[in-house]
Ligand binder design. Structure first.
Ligand SMILES: [Zn+2]
Length: 162
């Protein structure tokens, strides 16, 4: 009986552990393989796992990690990652190319226009968040957070596990 319990618990523990970033020990969120393939600046021969997780922790060098493959770090990614380098000229909206600084420095009318353009773009299917945004999903949560006056670092750990 006890052997049976152990044999069940161990894979579960490993599965839970697989969601934790090897660089910062925080939970990542699952990303599509195509996101990793589109974002890396290294040979796709190095993409050795079927499923990767995205780490949004600012000070952690790991961007993508997987249970059975080497982690992919910031210096191996083509784009600068908003959550890790929230600088003026780093993009927050990768599809329509709005940088952090532009959003932060815009007046309320400009902000409303930018948000409206992003929303309209997504509604018309012009976005490609899965391949263009390192987080592999829509930027609107990050954009709304910035427009609400939140600092990029405060958005870092709002990543939802999908
Ligand atoms: Zn990490």
């Amino acid at each position: 009986m006890s052997e049976h319990c152990c044999s069940v618990a161990t894979p579960q523990a490993q599965a839970a552990r697989a969601h934790l970033c090897p660089g910062c020990d925080r939970r990542g969120r699952a990303v599509s393989l195509v996101t990793v393939q589109a974002q890396v600046a290294i040979s796709l021969q190095a993409i050795a796992a079927p499923l990767y997780w995205f780490c949004a922790t600012r000070d952690c060098p790991v961007v993508y990690f997987a249970a059975d493959a080497p982690a992919i770090t910031r210096d191996q990614i083509r784009e600068r990652v908003f959550q890790k380098e929230p600088l003026d000229d780093v993009l927050v909206c990768y599809c329509f190319r709005y940088p952090v600084g532009l959003l932060q420095q815009s007046d309320p009318d400009q902000r409303a226009a930018i948000l409206a353009e992003i929303v309209a773009g997504t509604q018309h299917g012009r976005c490609a968040c899965t391949i263009r945004n390192p987080q592999g999903s829509c930027c609107l949560g990050n954009v709304r957070g910035l427009l609400a006056g939140r600092e990029p670092r405060d958005l870092v750990n709002t990543a939802e596990v999908r």
